[in-house]
Design a protein around this ligand. Structure first.
Ligand code: NOJ
Length: 471
């Protein structure tokens, strides 16, 4: 049969030249070697070692053993066509007590990793905080409850950019502010049936009041701003810096100017404690009035630091935050309830709407017009198993990726400045409270043997990256 001469989607749905096709991971979720070569304990080591916190009482002691297998993992990334890799640096590997003398063996690991990536033609993008706070800072100053942690974070960020800056040109300061602040310092109560309520938390597993929580948020964004200043001071000129936040996106139900304006207002309001203040340098009046107007306590100088100019904004986008429609009454939008039959992916929180990959960057551009945007995470958990023929047929992930990338391509074709996409995740790994029971990787990991096998979605990714298009 003659091949079709009709244009294929891949010829039409191309991304701009130079678009990065990346994969992402984080230190605690893959490295293992939790107490090797001088590394100090992190709050996640402590939290996962406490029985009852994690599904199956799993922990990250060994994880994917990436610390010892990073050469194999870099080869796999190269084989699946990744042009960029977003990894995180474990702060307690580099500063075992959070501050003080650096641990040479710790930073040497990232030196070796970066060299291996560059030799494989993969651009390194480093995240400096993906939640594994040194336990000493938790014990001695109360973690992010204290401004001292923000300062220690900046010192650590400056040191890392000084050591890796000749080869690492892109940094994300902090990953997903809301996840570690709300999850770690307040947690959420989820009704699981009948009257039973389960408290879902993250390290360090505290339960603060609303006003205390707002102060923690303030220290987190302050830590981000201080880290930006420290990287600018210690890294080479031209180093590019941003954050990677899980923006809560209000999705309009109808694409008309009044609905889009309502979605913008809602998105700006719901992100007031993190993205809005980092990009505007002020807390909204509504945000300041919450929790009885008692918090956060801050100075104008701190607001200036929090809003240090950035080179790009990183967005972790998995799901719609919620849906809105316009309203004549303040605040100018109304939340819409989500239908019980709305489709979902495997994770309990994962409401499915690929269009969020269009709306997230478009609303961010409309609201704040940053010079550049990256999708720093997108992906889905799935019930992957190895079939009799040794392959892993993750058809739901392929469906999810094709639909999401299609919407992202719609954004770039309309001129939204998205310069790269990082798929979560390069390989199956420790999925926080779900332990090893929820797989997000392009590469399957047998957690008994630690053998790695690329899935069907890895073939999809390779082809999309090769053609720089939705395939
Ligand atoms: C976002 C987090 O940054 C990452 O650590 C996590 O595994 C993925 N979401 C999937 O839940």
């Amino acid at each position: 049969m003659k091949p079709s001469t009709v244009n294929t989607g891949a010829e039409i749905r191309r991304f701009p030249d130079g678009f990065q096709w990346g994969v992402a991971t984080s230190s605690y979720q893959i490295e293992g070697a939790w107490d090797e070569d001088g590394k100090g304990p992190s709050i996640w080591d402590t939290y996962a070692h406490t029985p009852g916190n994690i599904h199956n009482d799993d922990n990250g002691d060994v994880a994917n053993d990436h610390y010892h297998r990073h050469h194999e993992d870099v080869d796999l990334m190269r084989d699946i066509g990744a042009t960029a890799y977003r990894f995180s640096v474990a702060w307690p590997r580099v500063f075992p007590d959070g501050a003080g003398a650096p641990n040479r063996a710790g930073i040497d690991f990232y030196d070796r990793l970066v060299d291996a990536l560059l030799a494989a033609g993969i651009e390194p993008y480093a995240t400096l905080y993906h939640w594994d706070l040194p336990q000493t800072l938790q014990d001695e100053v109360g973690g992010w409850q204290s401004k001292d942690t923000a300062k220690a974070f900046a010192d650590y960020a400056g040191y890392v950019s000084g050591r890796l800056g000749d080869r690492v040109k892109h940094y994300f300061t902090i990953n997903e502010f809301a996840s570690f602040v709300e999850g770690g310092y307040q947690g959420v109560d989820v009704k699981v049936g009948g009257d039973e309520i389960v408290h879902l938390g993250a390290a360090p597993g505290l339960r603060l009041s609303d006003s205390e929580l707002k102060q923690v948020r303030h220290h987190a964004v302050l830590g981000h701003g201080m880290a930006v200043q420290a990287i600018r001071a210690h890294g080479p000129a031209g180093t590019k810096i941003g954050f990677a936040d899980n923006i809560r996106v209000a999705v309009p139900t109808i694409d008309t100017p009044d609905h889009v304006a309502a979605a913008e207002r809602a998105t700006r309001a719901r992100n007031a404690g993190f993205m809005t203040v980092m990009l505007e340098g002020r807390y909204t009046d509504e945000y300041l009035a919450e929790a009885g107007g008692r918090s956060p306590v801050f100075t104008d100088e701190e607001l200036g630091i929090i809003a240090e100019p950035l080179d790009f904004v990183g967005l972790n986008v998995y799901k719609p935050g919620w849906y809105v429609e316009p309203s004549d009454e303040a605040p100018g939008y109304r939340d819409i309830p989500i239908n019980a039959s709305h489709p979902r992916m495997q994770s309990s929180w994962h409401l499915l709407d690929p269009e969020v990959l269009y709306w997230a960057p478009r609303l961010v551009q409309n609201l704040w017009n940053p010079p550049s945007i990256y999708i720093t995470e997108n992906g889905c958990g799935a019930s992957d198993v190895m079939a009799h023929d040794g392959r892993i047929y993750d058809s739901d992930r392929v469906m999810f990726l094709r639909a999401c990338l299609g919407q992202l391509q719609r954004a770039t074709s309309e001129g939204v400045p998205v310069h790269g996409y990082f798929l979560w995740s390069a390989q199956d790994n420790f999925e926080w409270m779900d332990g090893y029971g929820n797989r997000f990787g392009l590469v399957y990991v047998d957690f008994d043997t630690l053998e790695r096998t690329p899935k069907l979605s890895a073939s999809w990714f390779r082809e999309a990256a090769r053609r720089n298009a939705v395939v």
